[in-house]
Write a protein that binds this ligand. Structure first.
Ligand SMILES: [Zn+2]
Length: 383
């Protein structure tokens, strides 16, 4: 059977901004360019990509998938590639002559820039401006930094194929797909790589407001990166008294959820409301019906509290349970006796945790709102 073999090729030059791409990005750009160019032949078919850039085989290989924090451009390209069915193979540059040849025969300069590339650039610029320093400062300090200047060189022109783990460049080498260069600044994913000299002011900026170690780390994940940034944050938080207290503050106790009783006047909640129109009020809420009783009080002694409650109980009957806070009238022996004599189980909320008597708390707010619109309150005069 005769086979129809076709050969097609295409090439283009890099535009001004593409020339500043990280080496790995240039390689992927070439792949994406090729695939888009020959889309009508490739889409929906299985095909093989051959590259002389080894890291791509792992990044775009079938098993690994793109690192979740890869640079923004790589992410976008990975998305484009994911709609094609392909395998990827590595071929040494020396054997890659057919494609390499084209790179030695550049065509006339053309400008290609799509808007999404510009957007990625603007996003990076914003990231840099929001971190401690200016673009100029970052570029200057990155180039002065003996380690980062080497990293930058490798990002722009390619990494060696292997590296010893003791090499100070290794932390960067091991996550090379995450680095790009933008406007002369190194970026790790969407985070700006902060040069050594700016790390101290950087961590102090994160510390502003003493938000504690967790918030500081969260903030750093949005904007800045350097190796062991988490350790820098932790040690600063450890040395700061304010952040320590923030960290030690116990989580607020969960609100006690009262069960809904099965009948009215089974459990009632009582409390006093701040003076309204010159008078304190005793509030009682029925947990079943949410019926609210408001009784203006001249004093809040145990005796007058008992009197007020008696008048309510006389109308509605005795509850099984009464919930109050630890106010002096409620903890008094007199009140205790009143509860006992009427067979009411007295439940006092946890000290310093008035919110556990939440039914009344809500009622207080409601009552204040309502009383503002009402002009008169039903007066009750205890004798
Ligand atoms: Zn602090």
């Amino acid at each position: 059977m005769e086979r129809n073999v076709q050969l097609a090729y295409a090439s283009r030059t890099l535009n001004k901004s593409e020339k500043n791409y990280a080496q790995i990005e240039k390689e992927v750009l070439a792949i994406v360019f090729g695939i888009k160019k020959f889309h009508q032949f490739l889409y929906g078919r299985q095909f093989c990509l051959i590259t002389d850039h080894k890291p791509l085989v792992t990044i775009f290989g079938p098993k690994s998938g793109i690192p979740p924090i890869a640079a923004a451009r790589l992410q976008r390209w990975a998305l484009i590639l994911s709609s094609y069915r392909y395998t990827i193979q590595y071929k040494r540059t020396q054997e890659h002559g057919n494609a390499d040849g084209l790179s030695k025969l550049p065509t006339a300069e053309e400008e290609h820039e799509d808007s999404s590339q510009r957007e990625a650039g603007l996003f990076n610029l914003r990231q840099i401006n929001m971190s401690p320093g200016t673009v100029k400062g970052f570029v200057r300090e990155t180039d002065k930094d003996s380690l980062l200047s080497q990293v930058k060189k490798h990002v722009l022109s390619g990494w060696p194929s292997g590296m010893d783990q003791t090499n100070p460049l290794y932390p960067y080498f091991s996550k090379q797909a995450q680095f790009t260069c933008y406007a002369g600044c190194l970026m790790c994913g969407h985070r700006v790589v902060v040069p050594e000299s700016l790390r101290k002011p950087g961590v102090h900026e994160l510390h502003e407001g003493h938000m504690g170690v967790v918030r500081m780390k969260a903030l750093s994940r949005i904007h800045v990166w350097w190796p062991q940034i988490d350790k820098s944050i932790e040690s600063l938080a450890k040395s700061c008294m304010v952040c320590q207290q923030e960290g030690r503050a116990p989580p607020s106790a969960p609100l006690h959820l009262w069960s809904w009783p099965s009948k009215p006047i089974y459990r009632c909640h009582v409390d006093f409301a701040e003076p309204l129109m010159g008078k304190m009020s005793l509030l009682l809420v029925d947990a079943y019906s949410k019926w609210l009783e408001v009784i203006p009080m001249t004093t809040t002694s145990a005796a007058s509290t008992i009197d007020a409650l008696r008048s309510i109980f006389a109308r509605f009957g005795l509850p099984n349970q009464l919930v109050s806070d630890n106010g002096p009238q409620f903890v008094s022996a007199e009140f205790n006796h009143f509860m006992k004599m009427n067979g009411i189980k007295h439940i006092r909320s946890a000290p310093y945790h008035p919110a556990s008597n939440g039914q009344v708390e809500t009622a207080v707010q409601t009552m204040k709102k309502k009383l503002k619109v009402m002009l008169s309150v039903v007066q009750y005069e205890p004798d």
